[in-house]
Design a protein around this ligand. Sequence first.
Ligand code: SAH
Length: 346
Amino acid sequence: MKPSLYGNNLESLNHWLSSNGHSKNQGEVLFRYLFNGEKDNIRPQFSNKMLKDLEESFSKRLPIPSSTQTAKDGTIKFLMKMEDGEEVESVLIPFYKKYTLCISSQVGCAMNCDFCYTGTMGLKRNLKAGEIVGQYMYAVKYLRSLKSNEPLPNIVMMGMGEPLHNFDEVKRALEILTHEKSYALSPRQITLSTVGYLPGLKRWHEMPPVNLALSLHSPVKEIRDQLIPVNRGYPLPEVMEVLEAVPLHHRQVITYEYLLISGLTDRDEDAHKLAKILIGKKAMINLIPFNPYPGSAYKKPSTSDVVRFKSILVSYKLMTMVRTTKGDEILAACGQLKAKTQDPLQ
Ligand code: SAH
């Protein structure tokens, strides 16, 4: 299969041009045309020879949805089909006046978290940068077909997969999306969430300076081991030490996602222990009430338990938010993403 045209950053396009005997001057125009053509209304004149060579070297196919579902709250879930037939989910979530696109980084996931629907399918393969960027390109096209002046969505790398387990392709995708000649997204508009995958976190400085979120979920070693099995190899205290060294701009914080599971992670003592870990750090806590899915073993907390847990954290003056569940009726909420990979005819 040919590599995707949309997995090229400016450097690799320039490299391709010069090694195929074309003028490097066209690299920037081509890059802008690919990712920004519509907005800039550019109609550049490329030589027929170059267009033919491009066609031979790269695939121009974007991921296409095999289904699109819209929930009553406005959340739109796409099941995106890749060129080899594998499927991942991308979810557009309305947030104030614009959307946020939740992007997948892998087909399935190797982390095997005990509470996560995607985890039950295991890792099928990594996505290529072009497939990650392609999810964004498709979502922008879709939104603009509904409303031509729709602002560019923000991005959360919180779909299927562990983004730091597919470091190089995710890095390249984020470089393309934030490039000033492409969508020119500010790194502040992008948040990447990780389970605390240390081999990737140790290379964090190589990424464009996007926001970082850690799925913390429990301050108790045994419980975190059970929920996030990679905690056994990459324990939370080591992860926190690496996070401590992440440079943050003025007013930038690290987001700590905390899954509230009834009776397991939502006890008062958990809140106090969590507070002890995060006090004095530039931290924002995002409480996520567990979203049940077919066959899940855990229970979601009651609203009063969420309020009680939050108020303990707030008593330590920790910035705390509760993530409102969006799109759950179409299984598009956190941890509910799992492509329907079974062919009903087989
Ligand atoms: N692998 C990365 C990216 C996925 S982000 C990570 O784990 O951080 C998705 C977020 O949703 C993570 O915080 C994840 O722990 C959380 N999540 C997974 N399953 C969930 C569920 N059933 N209910 C609520 N949140 C869930």
